[in-house]
Each structure stands twice: as C-alpha cells, then as structure tokens.
Design a protein around this ligand. Structure first.
Ligand SMILES: [Zn+2]
Length: 96
C-alpha cells in the first residue's frame, strides 16, 4: 500500500496503484506517491519554484500562473511537488 497525494487539493488516498479521482467541480486529482515526495530535497525557494512552473506552462501553452490565480501553489510546493508535476496537473485541469 502507498499513500498518494494530489498536488492541488492535497487529497490523500491509500492505494496499491495510482488512483484517479474526478470531482463534480471539474477537478481531477493527478496523484503522486507520497514516499517520492518525502525523499526530495527542497532545492528552490517558493518564488524560484513558481517561476519554473511558469516556464513549464509557457512551454506547453501560452499561459502563466498569473493567468490561473485560483491554483493552490503554496500547498503543492510545501508537499514537495516538482514544477513539472504541477504544470501537468494544471493542464489536465484546464483540459489543455
Ligand atoms: Zn485533487
């Protein structure tokens, strides 16, 4: 069994394999295994990390975090998610 955490809503789920949750408000949890997150060193400050999220978003679509103000970046950062995982979640969310 592993614990899985969603980068956006912080939802935790116990499951053998990566779960898939789609909520009625349109949010889809893109879970990452907690043990992976825990072993990651925090290399960037929140500001630098956020810039990297913007880079990832800018590479995929012409958007930045400022176009997506409702996203829970702080919690994703604190939980140890990478900018790439966050960008993936945001794109999944927006159907982009
Ligand atoms: Zn979620």
């Amino acid at each position: 069994m592993a614990t899985w955490i969603c980068p956006e809503c912080g939802q935790e789920v116990l499951a053998e394999e990566k779960p898939s949750f789609k909520w009625s408000d349109g949010h889809t949890c893109n879970f990452v295994e907690e043990s992976t997150l825990r072993n990651r060193p925090k290399v960037d400050s929140f500001e630098v990390w956020l810039e990297k999220v913007d880079e990832e978003l800018g590479r995929a679509v012409a958007l930045s975090s400022e176009d997506l103000p409702d996203w829970n970046y702080r919690s994703a950062y604190d939980n140890g998610f990478t900018p790439k995982e966050v960008a993936t979640q945001i794109l999944l969310e927006g159907g982009l």
